[in-house]
Ligand binder design. Structure first.
Ligand code: 16G
Ligand code: ZN
Length: 532
């Protein structure tokens, strides 16, 4: 199936530039004009991965999420809609860095030999892309790789990242007990909207929410979703929904902008009492925000969403009388200290801390019956274990209240995109909870007060010398640096600070939080000084 001639030909048309490529936490991501060779090679890797898994369908998503419009990227999705298995990241990197046809073919041979791959089988791959102007050319290169590898491939066109993850899972589970849904975009809207309607039944109609779509793919997809919901049930106003004008994608807008700048996006005028949220450029991150009566901006980030979701699900589990289901929350070191305190101290829910990156959170969340995971940046979801799903499905309530709660839990398992963080699905989850509680954003925000925090990016000569342990909260190298950080931190009340090398940029990140804004800024600067 793997056609050596075609692979050589593809390599001629898509030569590998002199760049050091690495499959990182976000797949391959960089300036779009450097990605051409990567794409056809990703096509080959996707085919090999499918062959290794007996022809299961693998997904390829072309996007650079919240990055500037000039960037692009590509990542692979495993059969259950999860991130590519880690061991294959290295293989992808190896192939990406092979320059001449002979080296490319020899990397392919070594993968085939390593996994005992039967190249006479059929590989299945689906792919989709975001709104970036560089996508069509990259898609063409990807297709060259898929064809050279003899894969059967389907172009799903413009999709959000979580929609592509959903499609992969649906295709691979079709016709099994584990079927996840119809493998179409429409199937996705139907699944979410039906679950949403069930959960909103008898609840107050919320005033329209304002959704900043970062001028990305979330805009047309949210508009599509709205067709499935009667506006008497729920509706939204879109801001930054222009996907046509060059240069607008993620420009001063979107979840990453709002989270890092701690201010409203371009084009949003905040009225006290109203609800606002932002998606990122590929609609897998979500943050909420509002203005108080004094007009002051308040952010409700991934930590706040995790707290809200955990609280709601724990209550439902109790009301439904299925207390055997345990709920846990997974965070990273970036979670605000107040959120961790709230979760363990008030909700009394187990909390784990893992390294940055969705795959780490996802993996850890699978250890609970119901695992709520969110990064502070707004990427997250809720996972229900097969046992939990079964308990919810088969339990019989002894009272009408128990039955209602069971129905609602069941609907939650369908509303939540369990493959990966999904801005649309997560937003619907938040809306459901606010409607159930009759809460405004401000009331939701009362759960706890975030400690002031600061994230500083430090460009260093070599970021690889920064090695961490304890879920990135402590440095082991360079030697002695952690003690110096500890000494500084100990001078601040509620002080916490850590340093880690970025997985997506050539820089080191310094995070700091403390009791007051001023102290936080001093702490962040003092630790950043140590790193320079
Ligand atoms: C990637 C990760 C995101 C993480 C971010 C950290 C996935 C799909 N995405 O975007 O979860 O928060 O990297 O970036 O895993 P950093 O390493 O540059 O701080
Ligand atoms: Zn994203």
């Amino acid at each position: 199936i793997l056609d050596q001639q075609r692979i050589r030909a593809a390599n001629e048309i898509h030569p590998t530039p002199d760049v050091k490529f690495a499959y990182g936490t976000a797949g391959f991501r960089m300036q779009a004009d450097k990605l051409d060779s990567i794409m056809f090679k990703v096509g080959i890797i996707a085919a090999l991965r499918s062959l290794k898994l007996n022809g299961a369908t693998i997904g390829v998503m072309i996007t650079a999420s919240h990055n500037p419009e000039e960037d692009n990227g590509v990542k692979l999705v495993d059969p259950r809609g999860e991130m590519l298995e880690q061991s294959w990241e290295g293989l992808s990197t190896e192939l990406a860095n092979a320059r001449d046809a002979d080296s490319i073919l020899s990397v392919i041979d070594s993968i085939v030999a390593k996994y005992n791959i039967n190249v006479d089988n059929k590989a299945n791959v689906i792919y989709a892309y975001d709104t970036r102007p560089s996508c069509p050319a990259l898609v063409a290169s990807l297709k060259d790789g898929l064809d050279a590898a003899g894969a059967d491939s389907i172009d799903f066109g413009l999709k959000t990242t979580p929609q592509l993850h959903y499609l992969v899972r649906c295709i691979n589970t079709q016709g099994t007990n584990d079927a996840y849904g119809e493998p179409t975009e429409e199937g996705y809207y139907v699944k979410l909207s039906e679950a949403f309607k069930t959960l909103m039944k008898g609840k107050p109609v919320l005033p329209a929410i304002s959704v900043d779509c970062a001028n990305g793919v979330g805009a047309p997809k949210l508009k599509e979703f709205l067709k499935y919901i009667d506006s008497n049930v729920w509706t939204a106003n879109l801001v930054n929904d222009d996907i046509k004008t060059p240069g607008k994608l993620n420009y001063n807008a979107g979840a990453d902008y709002v989270k890092t700048q701690q201010k409203a996006p371009l084009g949003a005028v905040l009225n006290a009492g109203d609800r606002y949220c932002s998606f990122d450029g590929d609609a897998d991150r979500l943050v909420y925000y509002y203005a108080d009566d004094a007009g002051v901006f308040h952010l409700l980030d991934g930590d706040k969403i995790a707290g809200l979701a955990a609280m709601f699900i724990m209550d439902l589990v109790k009301t439904a009388g299925v207390d055997s289901i345990n709920v846990g929350v997974v965070q990273t070191a970036y979670a605000n200290g107040s959120s961790t305190k709230y979760l363990s101290g008030e909700l009394k829910v187990p909390v784990s801390c893992v390294s940055t990156g969705v795959k780490h959170l996802h993996h850890e969340a699978e250890k609970y019956d119901v695992g709520v995971y969110f990064e502070a940046n707004g990427h997250g979801t809720v996972l229900f274990s097969p046992e939990a799903l079964n308990t919810i499905k088969t339990s019989e309530g002894r009272t009408p209240a128990q039955n209602t709660a069971l129905t609602q839990l069941q609907a939650l398992t369908e509303l939540i995109n369990q493959t990966v963080g999904d801005a649309l699905s997560d937003m619907l989850l938040v809306e459901v909870i606010l409607a159930h509680r009759h809460w405004t954003c401000q009331e939701w925000d009362q759960a706890y007060t975030d400690l002031p925090n600061r994230l500083v990016k430090v460009v260093v000569a070599d970021r690889t010398i920064f090695k961490t342990t304890d879920a990135e909260r402590k440095l082991v190298e360079p030697q002695g640096l952690q003690q110096e950080i500890d000494t500084i931190v100990s001078k601040y009340s509620n002080g916490r600070s850590f340093v880690r090398a970025s997985g997506t940029e050539d820089a080191v990140r310094v995070y700091a939080e403390a009791a007051t804004r001023t102290e936080t800024d001093y702490l962040a600067m003092a630790v950043a000084q140590l790193v320079y």
